[in-house]
Each structure stands twice: as C-alpha cells, then as structure tokens.
Design a binder for this molecule. Structure first.
Ligand code: ATP
Ligand code: MG
Length: 248
C-alpha cells in the first residue's frame, strides 16, 4: 500500500513490519501483523478502527511504551529499537505528550497545578513552569478556570486540562487515545479542534486513535485499521472556499 504523503513530507514516526502478539494462558493472539506506517510531522493523523483492532497497542509501540515482538520503530529520526528502558523514559518525557480517554487527572490538584507538575520533572524553574502552564491553559480556553479541581470541571474542560498538560512540555509528538469518547458531540468537537490547532500552530505531530467517526472530517489524514493491519490511507482535502455568489 502506498502511503499518502503531504506535499513536503518530514517523517515524524516510522514503523516497519511491526508485529505484536499477547499470550494469555496457552493461547497466543496476534494483534499487529507486520504493520508498516509513516506519520508526517505537523499533521493531525487519525487512526480509526473497531474496538480490539490494535489501536492502543500500536500507539504504545510508536511512543516507546511497549516494545514490538519484531519490526523496527523510529521516532523523530531516532531508532527506538536499541534504547533501554531508561533511555525510552527520557525520550517520552522530553518529546512526547499523551492524552487519554479518562483524562488521568489528580483529584487534589487544580488545573494550574496539574499542568505544572510534569514541567517540574523536566527541570523547569517554578516561575517558568507557572508561566508555561498558564499559557497552555489559556490556549485551550481555560484561562479563567485555572484554580478549579477536576470535580469542579465538566468532562470537556477536564480533557482540555489534560491537553494543556500534554502540550505545555512543547513535545514534538502528541499521542491521543480516544480523547473524545467520554465526551458529548459538542465537547468532542472542541477537543478535536484544539488538537488540530496545536498541529497547525506549533507544528506538533498529533497521532490520534479513535473509533469516533465524527473525528474523521477534522484530520489531515485518516488511516483505517482492522485486525492489526492498516487497510486504507487517505489524505483529506481542505474544504473548498465558498463560491463568491454565496458570500454575504
Ligand atoms: N497487555 C495485554 N495482554 C493481553 N492482551 C492484550 C494486552 N493489550 C492488548 N491486548 C489485546 O490486544 C487486542 C488489541 O487491543 P488494543 O487495546 O490495542 O485494541 P484497541 O483497538 O485499542 O481497542 P479499543 O478501541 O477497544 O480501545 C485486544 O484483543 C486485547 O485484548
Ligand atoms: Mg484502545
């Protein structure tokens, strides 16, 4: 299958012949079958597919969280294959951000503290961490709500805090696993718009997996996955400008 590349492609992630299976009891089930994939920098790429087809497993492998059984993975031009656990942890801390379905926020921290926390692991000073955290929350539209704890925020707002936390590090790679599936249509729409804007304005590579068909129209590129394989790869054309006579 040829891969749909943008006009001037810079590779952000590359998987070659990646294989993964899990053993439970005496049964080995194969989840990824010699999967190859290129993800280009600065785009929002969506991987859609039914439950259980291997999407989260693929994200875990591409982000260095899990090793493949066979095949090669490189990220930002660096091969992940030879890296030990410590080096992979450092890679993830410096270069990747994650957003999950369940938000994964700390109940006791307010929005600003949630976003500041990982910045302290990066070694940023307190003032710089606060400044960046406030800017990231502003960017997702939560400027006035930075003092609220998760229990005081709606689902959509919680997910926006999680996005701010992931992007405040300024990662080159942002991984999102079902970021909208706990949200209603309007909040899901806001979240995907924010992810798209992050790719556009910061040049961040956003790789999002979801079985939510509403997201398809908002991605730059859509890969359909089934049974551990990529079945189709299409690039969405930007929406055509409205015809002149339709303008007010
Ligand atoms: N750690 C594990 N141990 C055993 N089996 C696993 C493990 N992780 C995933 N699997 C199996 O691999 C298959 C693919 O799982 P995966 O979570 O990647 O699917 P998915 O496409 O993300 O599904 P969903 O849309 O429901 O999140 C499933 O059958 C799952 O049971
Ligand atoms: Mg999953």
């Amino acid at each position: 299958m040829s891969m749909a590349a943008p006009p001037s492609p810079v590779l952000a992630l590359q998987a070659r012949d990646v294989r993964k299976s899990f053993v439970s009891g005496r049964v080995r089930s194969s989840v990824l079958h010699d999967l190859s994939l290129d993800v280009y920098a600065g785009e929002l790429t969506l991987i859609s597919g039914p439950s259980g087809c291997g999407k989260s497993t693929l994200l875990a492998i591409l982000s260095g969280l899990q090793p493949p059984d066979a095949g090669r993975v490189s990220a930002l031009g660096e091969s992940l294959d030879g890296l030990d656990r410590h080096a992979l942890e450092r890679f993830r801390l410096r270069h990747t951000g994650f957003v999950f379905q369940g938000f994964n926020l700390f109940p006791a921290l307010n929005a600003l503290e949630q976003v500041e926390l990982p910045l302290s692991y990066l070694g940023l000073g307190k003032d710089e961490a606060r400044r960046r955290a406030a800017a990231a929350l502003e960017e997702v539209g939560l400027g006035p709500r930075t003092h609220l704890r998760p229990a005081e925020l709606s689902g959509g707002e919680k997910q926006r805090v999680a996005i701010a936390r992931a992007v405040a590090k300024r990662p080159e790679l942002l991984f999102a696993d079902e970021p909208t599936s706990a949200l209603d249509a309007a909040n899901g729409q806001t979240v995907i718009d924010i992810l798209h804007t992050i790719a556009r304005t910061h040049g961040t590579t956003v790789l999002c997996v979801s079985h939510d068909p509403r997201l398809v129209a908002h991605a730059d590129r859509v890969l359909a996955m089934e049974d551990g394989r990529i079945l189709s790869d299409r690039r969405l054309e930007p929406a055509p400008a409205p015809a002149k006579e339709n303008l007010p």
